[in-house]
Write a protein that binds this ligand. Sequence first.
Ligand code: SF4
Ligand code: SF4
Length: 66
Amino acid sequence: MVTMPIIVDEAKCTGCGKCVDMCHRMVYELRDRGGKMVAVPSRAEWCLKCFLCVDPCPVGAIQILK
Ligand code: SF4
Ligand code: SF4
């Protein structure tokens, strides 16, 4: 089993796209979850753990596990 280092709380996520813009590794993509857009770390294996996406999230939905 592969441990996913990034957790997005989809209940909190507003789909604003800031994490998509901030991540230079293109880890995130916005996906439709029944009419609500949410950020999904679909390329989490590309993450360098720079944490640049964490603070810009206006609702604190992103957790990067160390
Ligand atoms: S920690 Fe850095 S590389 Fe990883 S998802 Fe966030 S912005 Fe992208
Ligand atoms: S920055 Fe936060 S609220 Fe905005 S899309 Fe990313 S996870 Fe969702």
